[in-house]
Structure formats: C-alpha cells, structure tokens
Design a protein around this ligand. Sequence first.
Ligand code: HEC
Ligand code: HEC
Length: 369
Amino acid sequence: MKKTLLALLLSFPLISQGADLANGERINRSCSLCHGIYGQGASGRLSPRLAGMPVEYLIKATKDYLNGTRNNPLMVSTTGLDKMSDQDIEDVATYLSSLDFSYDDRFDIVQRFGGSEENGKEVFDDECDTCHAKDGSGKPDKDAPPLRSQHSEYLFQSMKMFQTQGRIHDNDPEDDTFTEYTDQEIIDITAFLASLDNSRFVAGKRFVPPRPAMLAAKRPEKPVKQHGLQITDITQTVAQMALKAGVSKEDAIQAMLSKAVELNLKLVGRQDVSKELESRGVETPFLSIFQFCNPMDARLMVISNPIFSSYMPCRISLVEDQKGELQLMMLNLDMLINSELLPGEVLDTAIRVNQSMLDIMMAGATGEF
Ligand code: HEC
Ligand code: HEC
C-alpha cells in the first residue's frame, strides 16, 4: 500500500492538478467491464490495458473514438462517453493513469503467440525506438504511447489495423511503417514487447488494490450519472443495463439467446418467474432469469478450486424496476477476477467468460446480435 500511495502522491502534482479522482473512479466503473476494475485490460478479447498509461494519451485516444478517428461504437454507447464533459474524460483518464499494478504478477503480460524475441528486437531497434523509446515506455513529446505492459493480442490487432488503414499510425494518414511487415514479423515485435514487460515485474508481492484511502475519506458520494452501463453498488458486485428505447422484452431475449449460441455458451436454464406467478393469479413485476454455461470452462474452474462452482451457472436476469423499466442484470465476475482467489491458470477463463456474459447482456440491451 505504501508504495502505491507514495507513487500516487508523487504523480498527483504532475498529472492531475485539475482532475477529480473520485469522479474518475466512479466513471471507471462503466469502463471496468471491458478494461477491468484496475484498467488491466483483457488478453484474448482485444481490450487494452489502460492502467498507468499517460493521461494525455488516454484523453486523446478516448476523444478519437468520439470524433471518429478511431472506431468502437459499442464502447461509446455502453459508457455514455458521448454525454461526458471534457472534465469527466480528464477525470477518468487521470484516475486510470494513476493505477499501478506493475508489481502484481497476476497481471503479467503473457507471450501467447510465440514469435522470435530476437527478430522483434531487431525491428524495434531499427524502426520504433525513436518514438516509442528503447524500453518501450513511449515518448510523450512524440505523442507515442508505451507499448510494453500491453496485451500482445491488442498490439497485434492494432498493427494489423495500421497496415490495412483501419487505424492511423503516428497521427499521419500517409504513414507506411507497417506496409511491408509480414504477420510473422508483427508477431515477433509483440514477442519482444512482452519480454520488456516481464522484466519489469517483481513476482510474489501481494496485490493491494490501487485505491487511495483519501478518495474514500474526503469526497461525499455524488449520485452516479445515469450513463448506459451501470455498476450499481459500491462493492461492484452487479452490472446492470437498461433496455434501449424501442427494444421489447421479446427482442432482448431473442438477441441474448442468439448471442449466446454465437459465443458457444449453452442456455442451461430459464425461469420465467413472473409468468409462473401470474398463472397462479399473483401480481408481480416482470422477472425472467437466464442461465448460461460452457461445460469445459466450468470443468477448468472447478479443477482449480471447487468453490468456483458457486458462481455457476452464469446468470442474467431481465427484471422490471420500480419505474416499470426493464433492466438486465448480472454478477460482475470482475470482482472475482481481481480477488486474491483466482490463480493464473483460470484468470483468462474468468475474463473471457465475464466478457462473453457482458456481450450477451449488451446484445439484449440493444436488441442487436
Ligand atoms: C464494451 C467494452 C468497452 C467498454 C465498456 C470500454 N471500452 Fe475502451 N476499449 C474497448 C476496446 C475493445 C478497445 C480497443 C479498440 C481498438 O482497437 O481501437 C478500447 C480502447 C480504449 C482506449 C485506447 C487505448 C490505447 O492503447 O490506445 C481507451 C483510452 C479506452 N478504451 C478508454 C475507455 C474508457 C475511459 C472507458 C470508460 C468510460 C472505456 N474505454 C470503456 C472496449 C471497451
Ligand atoms: C515517428 C514516430 C513513431 C515511430 C517511428 C513508430 N511509432 Fe508507433 N505510434 C506513434 C504514435 C504517435 C502513436 C499513437 C497514435 C495514436 O494516437 O493513435 C503510435 C501508436 C502505436 C501503436 C498503438 C498503441 C496503442 O496503445 O494503441 C503501436 C502498436 C505502435 N505504435 C507500434 C509501433 C511499432 C512496432 C513501430 C516500429 C515498427 C512504431 N510504432 C514506430 C509514433 C511512432
């Protein structure tokens, strides 16, 4: 804790003069289902790590999604980014930038693709380090972000997008850095970058959530803005999303079931609770509960520790609130993901399952699949 606090205190005057970290932390709840509570990102699902990245880059990147320079409509619509003020964006960027879990080996970057570190280093030293720095930590004066401590899949995808003009590299539409690289060379670069990251981690230190005590102590709770996706309570146990205007119950259910099939999650149970009560003549708000499971994932988790069976199967409920509005709700596995309980070998599974459940919930909320 000491180390985190010290790092935060030291970085405050430099990066966050005008930022409201408590507001940033609050907004981050809507980011956390894809980027993780600690901005750790998710390997495999192309959601980048944001923790510890430079504020200026985070602000610029976030605004690029809003002005169409970069493309991720789902991220914008589920977080209500388009309704946030510049101050909100600065607040959440500053909060994310202040997070540091570099000493926690559970969030280590895994070199998944293989690839040749050596070849990657050669390319990097020839072509990249002038802007991204020798150790991959980026150069603010060139607007070049750090590339180490970033998930290999995300880096790979970004470079492929630069290559196919799906994203602009170096803020220069004419940039041709990646035109000539083969996929193998790009993989080699990610292998080299992953090696930089690993050398930075100190294994075996206990993870302390990077949450400065002063945040909790000082600020009165402001009501959370009603953006699209909400995590309803302070312990972040539940993620909730209202159905978009025009999406009926039937649309939502159809979209969720189709999405689940696409993601290879089996519908293993469905309880139409309100329907059953109504058939007995009892008046009740609408409630249906859907249960999903992938048996292979369940197996892996239970082999690791039988207690995980208590989280199974994953559920999403469709429920009518006090105002008569329909809400989708699910347990936020991110809590489990960030707990001390989860050993490395099941961390990825938990992240993937959480994201699949979120995808199903989002399909339901938007009626799109
Ligand atoms: C629905 C999932 C989702 C949510 C919720 C989400 N993001 Fe993202 N975010 C992504 C994905 C996927 C990418 C990578 C997209 C790409 O390749 O450009 C991304 C990329 C980013 C990047 C670019 C990082 C880089 O290295 O260039 C920033 C910054 C970012 N998100 C900020 C946020 C913030 C702030 C929030 C909360 C207000 C948020 N995101 C919520 C999925 C999400
Ligand atoms: C002339 C400076 C320059 C050079 C040389 C350069 N980059 Fe970049 N790079 C940038 C800038 C600036 C950005 C940020 C673009 C943005 O804001 O979207 C960037 C972004 C990236 C990203 C996306 C990171 C993220 O978090 O989304 C990757 C990956 C990347 N560069 C890889 C490389 C590699 C690999 C090389 C060498 C082959 C390289 N770059 C050479 C300036 C450079």
